[in-house]
Ligand binder design. Structure first.
Ligand SMILES: [Zn+2]
Length: 402
C-alpha cells in the first residue's frame, strides 16, 4: 500500500509508467527496503534492478525471483508489484529469522514490462535473456520521442553491469492471475505450467457488391455469409480443442459499409491461442478447412495471412513440482494453470529453469484501477514463494554452476 501511494490514481490504482519519475521513485523505495533486509543492489545497462542476498556458497548460481514495478496508465496496485514485494518479503523473512540459504537469492525488478509508454512489453527481461539486442531496446522512443536510453541516462539508471543473463539456478515469478479461473474453481494457488502460444491472422473475403432489394439471396456472392460460416466452424473447433483454446475474431470491416448494399469485401482479424503448438497447428488446419468450405458454398473468394505470433512457453516441470510441494506443506489448495498473458518469466524461461505462482484476484479484474487481492491471498502466495525459493536455494552444486 505504501508503494501504491507513488503514482496513486483517483480511482485507487497506480500510474507508474516505465522510467517515469514515479517509476523511479518506486524503484528507490524498493532499493531502500532491500538494503534494509541486508541486500546489495545492482542495476544493469537496461535498468533491471537486482537486490542480492548472499548465500552460504556465494559463488553458486543464484535463485532469482521478481517481476515489475511499472504499471499501465490506469493500472492496479498488484500487477507486477506483488511479485517484486512478495520476493522482497521472502528475503526479509529469511533476514529477520537469521536463516541462511546455500545459494544467493536475488530479487529482480525488470524494466518496462507493461510496454505502454515504450511499446515493447517485457523489454528488460527480453534484453537480459538475449531475445532483444540492448542497442535496439535503448533506441525505443515514447510518443514524445524520448528514448529509453535518454530516460535511463536522466535517472542515472544506465548501470554498468552487462544486461545479459548469467547462470541462474531457478527463476520463480509470483503474480496475480489477472483472470477468473482460480476464483471460479475455489483454488488458492495456481501452479503455472506455461504460457499460451498465440497466432494472429488476417482474413479477406471478396464477393460481389449488389443491391439489397432486387438481388435474390441465392444470386449473391455475400462475404458476410462466408464469414458467418467460418466463425461458427472455428468456434466449434476451438470448443472441441478443450479448456485452453481461445479464438477471437475482431476488427471486422466491410466495404462498402452501406446498409443497403451487399458488401463487396470483408476483412477481419483472428487471434488463436493454446498452450500446445500441436493443437495450435490443428486449429489452424480447422481454420483453413472452414475457409475453403465457406467460400465454396457462397461463391466468395478468400485470402488468409498469418501476420504474427509467439510460440507457447513451457515452464520447468521440476520447479513446478517444488511449487506444489511448498503449497502442500502449507495446506494450500492448488491447481495447475496456464498463463493467458505474457510475463517476464516467459523470456527468462529461455535461459533458466522457470516457474510462476499465481494467486486469485477479485473477479479476475486486472489492468484496471479496481484490481484487488485480500491480505490472506497476498500472504499465502508469498508463503508458497518462500517455500519454493528455500527449496530451490538449498540444492547442491550442479550443471548450472559451472
Ligand atoms: Zn504483470
Amino acid at each position: 500500500m505504501e508503494m501504491a501511494e507513488i503514482g496513486a490514481t483517483a480511482a485507487g490504482g497506480s500510474n507508474r509508467q516505465a522510467l517515469s519519475d514515479d517509476d523511479v521513485a518506486g524503484r528507490e523505495l524498493f532499493a531502500e527496503w532491500a538494503r534494509g533486509a541486508g541486500c546489495t543492489v545492482m542495476v544493469d545497462r537496461i535498468g533491471n534492478v537486482f537486490a542480492r542476498r548472499a548465500g552460504r556458497d556465494d559463488a553458486a548460481a543464484p535463485v532469482r525471483s521478481g517481476s515489475h514495478l511499472d504499471t499501465q496508465p490506469t493500472g492496479g496496485r498488484f500487477d507486477g508489484v506483488y511479485g517484486v514485494l512478495g520476493a522482497l518479503e521472502v528475503v526479509e523473512t529469511l533476514h529477520d529469522h537469521g536463516i541462511e540459504t546455500d545459494r544467493p537469492i536475488e530479487v529482480v525488478v525488470w524494466t518496462n514490462e507493461e510496454g505502454s509508454r515504450f511499446q515493447y512489453s517485457m523489454l528488460g527481461s527480453a534484453v537480459w535473456s538475449g531475445a532483444l539486442l540492448l542497442e535496439s531496446a535503448l533506441q525505443i522512443a515514447d510518443c514524445d520521442g524520448i528514448t529509453v536510453a535518454a530516460e535511463l541516462e536522466r535517472h542515472g539508471l544506465a548501470g554498468v553491469v552487462p544486461a545479459l543473463h548469467t547462470p541462474t539456478a531457478a527463476y520463480v515469478e509470483l503474480h496475480i492471475e489477472q483472470g477468473p479461473i482460480l476464483e471460479r474453481d475455489g483454488a488458492e494457488i495456481g501452479v503455472v505450467t506455461g504460457a499460451q502460444g498465440l497466432r494472429w491472422f488476417e482474413i479477406t473475403f471478396t464477393g460481389r457488391a449488389a443491391h439489397a432489394g432486387p438481388t435474390p439471396m441465392d444470386a449473391r456472392a455475400d462475404p458476410v455469409r462466408a464469414l458467418a460460416a467460418t466463425v461458427n466452424a472455428v468456434y466449434d473447433a476451438t470448443r472441441a480443442a478443450g479448456d485452453w483454446a481461445r479464438a477471437t475474431f475482431a476488427q471486422v470491416h466491410s466495404v462498402p459499409a452501406s446498409p443497403n448494399t451487399v458488401p463487396e469485401r470483408l476483412t477481419c482479424t483472428l487471434d488463436l491461442r493454446h498452450p500446445d503448438a500441436g493443437t495450435l497447428d490443428a486449429l489452424e488446419v480447422a481454420l483453413r478447412d472452414a475457409l475453403t468450405a465457406a467460400t465454396t458454398l457462397t461463391g466468395v473468394t478468400h485470402e488468409l495471412t498469418r501476420s504474427s505470433g509467439t510460440p507457447p512457453v513451457a515452464f520447468d516441470p521440476a520447479l513446478a513440482q517444488l511449487v506444489r510441494d511448498a503449497a502442500d506443506a502449507l495446506g494450500a489448495r492448488h491447481v495447475d494453470i496456464v498463463s493467458g498473458a505474457g510475463h517476464d518469466a516467459c523470456h527468462v524461461a529461455g535461459v533458466a529453469p522457470t516457474a510462476m505462482i499465481f494467486v486469485p484476484c477479485e473477479g479476475g479484474v486486472s489492468h484496471n484501477e479496481a484490481e484487488s487481492i485480500t491480505p490472506e491471498q497476498a500472504e499465502r502466495g508469498a508463503s508458497v514463494l518462500l517455500g519454493t525459493l528455500q527449496r530451490a536455494a538449498s540444492t547442491h552444486r550442479s550443471e548450472v554452476d559451472r
